[in-house]
Design a binder for this molecule. Sequence first.
Ligand code: SF4
Length: 193
Amino acid sequence: MTKDYGEYFNIAHIEPQSQIYGPGERFVVWFQGCSLACDGCWNQDMWSFKSKDLVHRGHLLHSILNASGIKGVTFLGGEPLQQSENFWWLVQNIKDQSNLSVFLFTGYENDELTQLGHFENINKFCDIVAIGPYRSDRRNVNQQWIGSDNQIILYPEGSRELIKPQQVNQVEIVIESDERIRILGFPDENLKI
Ligand code: SF4
């Protein structure tokens, strides 16, 4: 399934700088819309394909290329590959115009990615890919970047990224200027703030 918003992305959230969604400081984009319905998904408010924040793909590219102090950009959701036409346009342009690494999280399995014909672009434009649905019965909070241990971290053929995930649990706590607090990542149930 793909959803067409013309040259616009349907975006759930953007974090201009984060350290827990891949190697180094990264620009992180959560897409709005996912039909995969993983049991125990943490981001169920990102399932709806109803327009949330429509951002022109050229505007998002500009924001990423002009972000300061980042090593790469990470896409998750929602399901980035359900807005695949614009997604592949964006990451091709990121790769052509910068040295930023690209980390894609997808809930599709390997064979589904093959059937959908995504591996050519994955190999050309992605540096790291987290593959597979979140499964609550395989939840593992001690793996960097992924939430359940059925998920695979792939370094595609064209990857320029050398840093590998470690056995750690990372959580990021963001305190806004108005003192609102947001927690990013997959916190242990015992985390209290
Ligand atoms: S692919 Fe991601 S956003 Fe979609 S249901 Fe699964 S965990 Fe949730």
